[in-house]
Design a protein around this ligand. Structure first.
Ligand code: ADP
Ligand code: MG
Length: 243
């Protein structure tokens, strides 16, 4: 398979709820190792798009491919757990009844020794090796966030979907965790679709920004280009929040 086969390729995806089109003919490709931000105001259809890729919502039309393989059209569906997709949502909490290590090991297959090595590698990478046997409630919000990232990355997903993953954290922590998260994603070579309504977050983390409005992608490009050459007045206004 060519090196340029997109990790994720969604084509002409449309979704209607009660006659209202909330995702309208969206197409987007993510190349291996890229972080793409789906950026737009609340209600524009970002989470619905992510939910269709994850397989928990079914599109009305369009196709989704991972690594060139069809995972979903309007008649054929690979179930969510077999899509090799990692998920991180704002309220995607750790399992409270499992230790930190067991949380990270949750999606792993392979021998016990292999699983343990992967868990240890990731927890030490995020600076939490000494918390292996702790319970989630014993950790701070930022620490729980790091464990959630380790858990999502542990099975080496082909694509990671992140829906406003930092919005539950307080401002003081957020920039640091964004940077740490991005560094680890890059080290692991993970391809990412990150949903956010904050231009600042997209500017900080994205290789490519897909600007979404009213269910459509209205602009796609490198952060610098999208910021410096907004497609229209509404895009200018949206970006003017950044300070
Ligand atoms: P975003 O994540 O960009 O804030 P969403 O994808 O959550 O936007 O929602 C897009 C639109 O679709 C909103 O108007 C929302 O109310 C509507 N919507 C989302 N899910 C459903 C649903 N299950 N049933 C009906 N309407 C929905
Ligand atoms: Mg949302």
């Amino acid at each position: 398979m060519s090196a340029e086969t997109p990790r994720l390729d969604i084509r002409h995806i449309t979704k209607r709820f009660e006659g209202k089109t909330v995702v309208d003919d969206v197409s987007l490709s993510i190349l291996p190792g890229y972080v793409t931000c789906l950026l737009g105001p609340s209600g524009c259809g970002k989470s619905t798009t992510l939910r269709m890729i994850a397989g928990v919502e079914v599109q009305d039309s369009g196709t989704i491919h991972v690594d060139g393989n069809l995972v979903c059209d309007t008649v054929f569906r690979v179930p969510p757990e077999r899509r090799s997709i990692g998920l991180m949502f704002q309220d995607f909490a750790l399992f409270p009844h499992l230790s930190v290590a067991a949380n990270v090991a949750f999606g792993l297959t392979g021998s016990k020794a292999e699983q343990e090595a992967r868990v240890r590698q990731l927890l030490s990478r995020v600076g939490l090796e000494s918390y292996m046997n702790a319970w989630p409630h014993e950790l701070s919000g930022g620490e729980q966030q790091r464990v959630a990232l380790a858990r999502a990355l542990a099975p080496k997903p082909r694509i990671m979907l992140m829906d406003e993953p930092f919005s539950g954290l307080d401002n003081r922590l957020r920039d640091g965790i964004r940077d740490e998260t991005l560094a680890l994603l890059k080290e692991e070579g993970t391809s990412v679709l990150l949903v956010t309504h904050e231009p600042e977050e997209a500017m900080r983390m994205a290789d490519e920004i897909a600007l979404m409005r009213d269910g459509r992608i209205v602009q796609l490009g490198a952060p610098y280009n999208v910021y410096n050459a907004p497609v229209d007045k509404a895009a200018v206004a949206f970006f003017s929040d950044i300070n």
